[in-house]
Write a protein that binds this ligand. Structure first.
Ligand SMILES: Nc1nc2c(ncn2[C@@H]2O[C@H](COP(=O)(O)OP(=O)(O)OP(=O)(O)O)[C@@H](O)[C@H]2O)c(=O)[nH]1
Ligand SMILES: [Mg+2]
Length: 649
């Protein structure tokens, strides 16, 4: 197994162990009747997050730089042959996602290129089975897998005007990648997008590999620029030593990688085997490679340490033939090492932070309840002890005092009720801003504006309109978030100081990442269309497609925000609700026990004994809780074991 594979497996193991630990905690909570539905749902959310974690690695480059070969060498050598097609000239014709989804049949889903005429984004049709064609694969048979993969190469001939409408051909552009033949036909990819679903050990662990065709396809498919490439954890930008760094290479770097990816990007200088010259010494060859690396570094403005010279093809051969010397010479292990050292710990850190935050909040609630219970037992015992030898009047007085305390607390419950009302009103307003209905309305308005004309300005305005409206929604949302925070801070404080609840400070909510995403989309929009003054038919089709992709992306953004805000609101109320309930129960119990002592229906000693017993039970529960939380914590903090240097080939 390669280094990167080992790391991914280790990371998968970490996730599953963490999931088990959370599961153990959750079952115990349920058994001990300590988990209300909110807590249960939140813990389930953590478990889902761990189970469904996806980590994607995208390969982006001009055609024929060796992206597909690199994928074969990095991830598919164990098949003993080349699985992803890699040939001279254009090979991968459509963006291809390789993943494993156990809920879908094994095989390749292909989205026909004609869907480009329909103004629908890929994200929109991903769930719509009827739009796709399916080729089944027998996972045990490599030949069947290879045969199915051939589909990504498929092309077809269509009239040039149709190609123009699809955004595949532009009359006014000599550099258009697909040119019409003598009969005015243009050869275009048959498919717009391919999703390969196969049970491969790394894909099963949530790895998603994204193979892309060259520049023109990247530019023409907004799904890639808006979504797939920026959301990938790692992007490998591939150059070829024989081709050098060309104009289009630099364009791809500047347009699609450099702005969207600060971390997790890797530059690969492939095909270094072309420099292996039998008439040169090894050190001369190494110098030559180093000088090419230095020149790439200058052109891309990157430190040379970020550039990995490799030979994907020799690495694949080395792995398949078990030729370690060749594999070492291909230098692929260095790239694998860097990938696994960087990408996986980073992904782990993201998942860990999310899980930790959620988990600590939920355990905080339970811990708060148990500590309050414990404190109450102690106070109650103290109170009852005080009754020893006292006459009926004193006991009467005490019972009156508890009653008064209870009345007082009931008043505060009305305050809580009022809080709930304001809270739900705020929540509703919040969701009326950041809600899908709102987004739909903006989209309709902007679409109307765009439909009215083919003029470039209108098309652009439609888009700007949409983004401006979205920004306002989020600004309003953010304002409300801050109001809710202020209100809850006051509420937490008053419940804590007046009734001794342990509430701490309310959880903060940050809208930053939503604004960052809106900014990013606006920038892409400006870059893509800012300079176009007059749109050809082709460009206007492209604009519409871009618009649809932006809409799809925004839909995801709204959905994510709604989910996150819902969770946040629940997390704000949940400790108040559970502790108030607890406090109420305690007051009732105190009153009951004083009452019983007063009625002489129970002796003071037996009541005290009972209190002792229940205190011991709570102590034990607290100890178990702490142990289970500790178990989760210790798995959580574990770093996925770095591969030992000695294991480096
Ligand atoms: N000598 C040499 N050739 C390579 C290497 N890697 C890939 N090739 C060859 O380069 C050609 C293109 O490789 P692909 O893997 O198809 O390149 P790609 O970047 O996926 O190209 P598209 O799918 O067309 O975008 C094929 O003929 C490969 O055999 C390498 O490390 N050394
Ligand atoms: Mg390819």
């Amino acid at each position: 197994m390669s280094l990167i594979s080992e790391r991914i497996v280790a990371y998968g193991r970490w996730r599953s162990e963490l999931l088990d630990a959370v599961q153990r905690y959750r079952s115990w909570l349920a058994q001990s009747e300590l988990a209300d539905p909110t807590l249960q749902a939140r813990l389930q959310g953590i478990m889902d997050r761990l189970r469904d974690d996806r980590m994607s690695v995208a390969f982006v480059a001009e055609f024929s730089r060796g992206k597909s070969e690199l994928i074969n060498a990095l991830f598919f050598a164990q098949y003993g042959q080349r699985v992803v097609p890699s040939t001279a000239g254009r090979t991968t014709m459509c963006p291809t996602e390789l993943l494993y989804d156990a809920n879908r049949p094994v095989g390749i889903r292909l989205l026909p290129i004609e869907t480009r005429l329909e103004d629908v984004s890929i994200a929109d049709v991903k769930r719509d089975e009827s739009k796709w064609q399916f080729v089944a694969v027998d996972p045990a048979d490599v030949t069947s897998l290879r045969a199915a993969f051939e589909a990504v190469r498929a092309t077809r001939r269509i009239p040039s005007d149709r190609a123009a409408l699809m955004g595949m051909y532009d009359e006014s552009d000599d550099g258009s990648p697909y040119q019409p033949d003598a009969e005015g036909m243009v050869e275009v990819p048959s498919w717009r997008h391919a999703i390969v679903n196969i049970p491969h050990p790394l894909l099963e662990l949530g790895l998603v590999i994204i193979d892309t065709p060259g520049l023109n396809a990247i530019g023409a498919e907004p799904e890639l620029t808006l979504n797939l490439i920026p959301s990938a954890q790692a992007v490998l930008f591939v150059l070829a030593a024989d081709a050098g760094v060309t104009r289009t290479d630099i364009d791809i770097w500047r347009e699609h990688i450099s702005p969207a990816h600060r971390s997790g990007r890797f530059v690969v200088l492939n095909k270094i085997d072309g420099l292996w010259d039998e008439l040169k010494s090894e050190s001369e060859i190494n110098l030559e490679i180093a000088s090419q690396v230095a020149s790439v570094g200058r052109l891309l403005d990157l430190p040379t340490a970020r550039i990995y010279p490799v030979s994907a093809q020799k690495a694949l051969v080395g792995k398949i033939q078990g030729d370690d010397k060749l594999l070492r010479r291909s230098r692929l292990p260095e790239l694998e090492h860097a990938l696994s050292e960087e990408v996986i710990p980073q992904q782990q850190a993201i998942v860990r932070d999310q899980v930790r935050r959620e988990f600590e909040e939920t355990t905080g609630v339970t811990l708060g309840v148990l500590s309050a219970r414990q404190r109450n037992q102690i106070e109650q015992a103290f109170e009852l002890n005080g009754l020893r030898g006292k006459n009926k009047t004193v006991i009467d007085q005490m019972s009156r005092r508890i009653r008064a305390e209870r009345a007082d607390f009931e008043k505060s419950l009305r305050q809580l009720q009022a809080l709930r009302t304001v809270f739900s009103r705020h929540s509703q307003t919040l969701f009326s801003h950041i809600g899908l209905d709102n987004l739909r309305r903006h989209v309709r308005d902007s679409r109307d504006l765009m439909r009215a004309s083919h003029l470039s300005t209108q098309l652009r305005d439609g888009m700007s309109n949409l983004l401006a409206a979205v920004r306002i929604d989020f600004e309003e949302g953010d304002k409300l978030v801050r109001e809710v925070t202020t209100m809850m801070t006051a509420m937490y404080r008053s419940f804590s100081s007046e009734y001794g609840l342990t509430l701490g400070t309310p959880l903060p909510f940050s809208s930053r990442r939503y604004f960052a995403e809106i900014d990013r989309i606006s920038q892409l929009h400006q870059r893509q269309f800012g300079l176009i003054s007059l749109l050809t038919v082709n460009k206007s089709a492209l604009t519409r497609r871009f618009f649809e992709s932006v809409v799809a992306r925004l839909k995801e953004l709204y959905q994510a925000a709604v989910r996150e805000i819902e969770g946040w609101l629940r997390a704000l109320m949940s400790p108040v609700e559970s502790q108030v309930k607890e406090h109420q129960a305690q007051l009732r119990r105190r009153l009951e026990s004083v009452q019983r002592v007063m009625d002489a229906s129970e002796s003071l000693d037996s009541k005290l004994l009972e209190l002792d017993e229940s205190k011991a039970r709570i102590d034990q529960q607290l100890a178990i809780l702490q142990e289970l939380v500790h178990q989760v914590g210790s798995v959580m903090d574990r770093r996925v074991a770095p591969v030992k240097e000695a294991e480096l080939v």
